[in-house]
Design a protein around this ligand. Structure first.
Ligand code: ASP
Length: 324
């Protein structure tokens, strides 16, 4: 090695301080504080439905805390399993998230083969909300209350159809519970989400639907669809004129569904903690709480004092739901 080469090498070495050299050894992604770019949340149902609505409200509030844009990607189909698979297979870097619901728990029992493991394939960021369901129908259906609707279904059986978001979706399961409760079958009409299903119900091309209040409240209030019951033990302040299922003669039929936010398995703990913090900030946002209330639901923020990981509230909500 010549003298000048040696001098250049030594100068290079002195420029490489301990901190600089350590940073240079890290992968590019770890050198920037998270999040340094847009985050995508996959909604496993079509745009305009209740999961989409909840996610857009939460994403907007989270983006304020994270200082980055949070965009929604609707990957509907197969009861939410296509969107869930997309996120399970995504890079676990905090930039691909999933907002899902009860379908996370029901899919393994309803699908012979899933492209993901609902338990082992995700990290839970947190429970988001629990939402009641409503039994609604096209506005010209010839029934004035739930008892008359039940009688109509028994008379028409499979001539009547109910719209839903595919096998394992909340709307599908609620429809099955309704059929069991009134002991008569209907024809199922699956969509990629209950957003487009609602459009068809309003147009009168399908007869019935059982869906979250986050999709139905405004349409019920506007008179675009006919409401027969809320699936809660008490009436809802947001829909005070709509009777409960028990009032309508179906006392056992109580359903609420949860939404939860997930990241792919292997997402680093630091990132999970950052996302969890942003989610909790979002769930305490007064504007979000008010909007959720208008739509018949409430955020499920983690109590500040409670110990436990990001999934503690989710596990509690999920087990309560699955037990009920
Ligand atoms: N409400 C739908 C369901 O769970 C999903 C959606 O479209 O958000 O059936």
């Amino acid at each position: 090695m010549s003298r000048s080469m040696l001098r250049r090498a030594l100068m290079g070495a002195t420029l490489c301080t301990a901190a600089f050299c350590a940073a240079a050894a890290l992968p590019a992604s770890a050198q920037q504080a998270y999040p340094s770019r847009t985050i995508t949340v996959v909604v496993p149902f079509a745009a305009g439905g209740p999961t989409d609505t909840v996610t857009r409200l939460v994403a907007e509030a989270m983006s304020r805390d994270l200082g980055q844009t949070v965009v929604i990607e609707n990957v509907g189909g197969a009861g939410g399993t296509l969107g869930a698979a997309r996120v399970a297979q995504a890079k676990p870097d905090g930039y691909s998230l999933l907002m899902h619901h009860i379908g996370m728990g029901t899919a393994p029992t309803l699908y012979r083969r899933l492209a993901y493991d609902p338990v082992g394939g995700f990290e839970t960021i947190g429970l988001v909300t629990e939402v009641p369901m409503t039994i609604i129908a096209r506005k010209d259906i010839p029934a004035g209350n739930l008892r008359e609707l039940a009688a109509l279904v028994r008379k028409e059986t499979t001539a009547l159809n109910y719209a839903n978001a595919g096998i394992g979706a909340a709307s599908h399961l609620c429809g099955l519970l309704l059929q069991k409760a009134i002991d008569a079958p209907m024809t199922t009409v699956p969509y990629r989400g209950t957003g487009p299903a609602m459009t068809d119900l309003i147009a009168g091309t399908v007869d019935l639907m059982c869906d979250q209040t986050t999709n139905t409240t405004e349409q019920i209030r506007a008179g675009a669809v006919k409401a027969f019951a809320v699936t809660t033990p008490q009436r809802l302040p947001s829909l005070p004129d709509v009777p409960t299922t028990a009032e309508g003669g179906l006392p056992g039929m109580e359903v609420t569904i949860w939404h939860g936010l997930y990241a792919p398995k292997g997402t680093p703990e630091e990132i999970r903690k950052r996302l969890s913090r942003a989610l909790q900030v979002a769930l305490r946002d007064p504007a979000l709480i008010q909007r959720f209330a208008d739509l018949g639901t409430a955020p499920v923020a983690r109590p500040r004092h409670r110990a436990g990981g990001a999934g503690a509230g989710h596990a509690r909500g999920a087990s309560r739901l699955l037990a009920g």
